[in-house]
Design a protein around this ligand. Structure first.
Ligand code: CTP
Ligand code: MN
Ligand code: MN
Ligand code: MN
Length: 365
């Protein structure tokens, strides 16, 4: 079959200084995703990669229409294989995996609005992802994470006094912003933590604090997940992917109310489909991950859920290649001695691995 030739793409000049790039354009869903990746690459000191993503985003900004097919991208300058794959994945939408994104893309869908307009069948997670798309794109601040910590603590203690709650992920590493807030929950009396998650989510739901949640039961068995099994990055703790409804602080509420609804809804550009949560509301959606660990695995869970992701990957690589050990968020197995190494603290795990202890704030690899 003859490839469709997109004249605008064919005429696209390759230097940004040769093109007109308006502020408002037709591909912001794609360019947002690419710019996040560019920023990420920048944080990781990969300037080449970062510039490549920014160039790709910039080309899409200059395109006088929405990208309609992968075919369109092929004739554009500065859109290498990698950027094309990223665009294909449309990973910006919570709940949308690569396969679904790919199908939607082939059907010509390009944005959350398209999904609503065309009445796509969405599962619960995807509906939430579309509905709270704008909020979930906005970084979560440390102040917001602290408010959510208080809520989670209250919820957990209401259903299981004596339980321990720890802030994990990027915020434990001292980050100022994150894409979500992660918590690890345990109880010093092993067994007390069993079936805890549904009680927590029920409590939160009753308070009207949950917009979405999906809980997965604990499926870890030492016999089966240990040495016999190929290393698996996904842990098997009882866990909950959720979206919290976070009330705006008094301060930001005040600044919101100075803009009247009328001002906002005059231009058709700023009108949002009813199905999407408006940014002018007095609350916002925040992604929260809750994980419950038995006390005996708490040190491993803590190490595994602190990150960064690269730090975790490297820990496991070190354990395997240098120490003939297998590390997961549940356990450390020594293949030479054929035994599990028990630990109560992260420090002990580093010691088993023959590594100098590195505190969370210095695991931002
Ligand atoms: N993690 C995991 N299993 C998952 C998801 C995450 O073990 N299915 C771990 C990751 O390895 C990471 C930690 O949980 O160490 C936090 O993951 P995530 O929230 O994705 O990343 P953060 O480092 O917290 O960064 P961000 O601010 O973007 O949330
Ligand atoms: Mn996180
Ligand atoms: Mn992340
Ligand atoms: Mn997370």
């Amino acid at each position: 079959p003859k490839p469709n030739i997109d004249p605008a793409a064919m005429l696209m000049k390759s230097y940004a200084c040769q093109r007109r790039t308006p502020l408002k354009h037709h591909n912001s869903i794609l360019t947002d995703a690419l710019e996040i990746l560019a920023q990420n690459a920048e944080y990781n000191d990969n300037e080449g990669r970062s510039v490549a993503f920014r160039r790709a985003a910039s080309v899409l900004k200059a395109l006088p229409h929405r990208v309609k097919s992968m075919e369109d991208l092929r004739s554009l300058p500065c859109l290498g294989d990698h950027s094309q794959r990223v665009i294909k994945a449309l990973t910006g939408i919570f709940g949308v995996g690569v396969r679904t994104a790919d199908r939607w893309f082939r059907e010509g869908l390009r944005s959350p609005d398209d999904l609503i307009r065309t009445g796509q069948q969405l599962n619960r997670a995807q509906q939430a992802g579309v509905q709270y798309y704008n909020d979930l794109q906005k970084p979560v601040t440390k102040a917001e994470a602290d408010v959510i910590s208080d809520i989670v603590e209250k919820a957990v203690h209401a259903v299981l006094p004596g339980a321990e709650i720890q802030l994990m992920g990027g915020f434990r590493r001292g980050k100022e912003v994150g894409h979500d807030v992660d918590f690890l929950i345990t109880h010093p009396e092993e067994g007390k933590e069993e079936g805890l998650m549904p009680k927590i989510t029920n409590w939160l739901e009753e308070q009207g604090l949950l917009l979405y949640q999906k809980t997965t039961r604990n499926s870890y068995l030492e016999k089966m997940d240990g040495p016999a099994r190929a290393p698996n990055n996904m842990d098997r703790f009882e866990r909950c992917f959720s979206i919290f409804k976070l009330q705006a602080s008094a301060e930001s509420c005040k600044s919101n109310s100075t803009t009247s609804v009328q001002d906002i809804s005059t231009g058709s550009e700023t009108e949002r489909p009813r199905d999407q949560h408006s940014e002018e509301s007095d609350w916002r959606a925040v992604r929260v991950d809750l994980v419950v660990s038995p006390y005996s695995q708490f040190a491993f869970a803590t190490l595994g859920w602190t990150g960064s992701k690269l730090f975790e990957r490297e820990l496991r690589r070190w354990a395997g290649q240098e120490k003939h050990m297998s590390l997961s968020s549940h356990a450390l197995y020594d293949s030479k001695q054929n035994l599990y190494l028990r630990a109560k603290t992260e420090e002990e795990i580093f010691a088993y691995l023959g590594l100098e202890f590195i505190p969370p704030s210095e695991r931002n690899a």
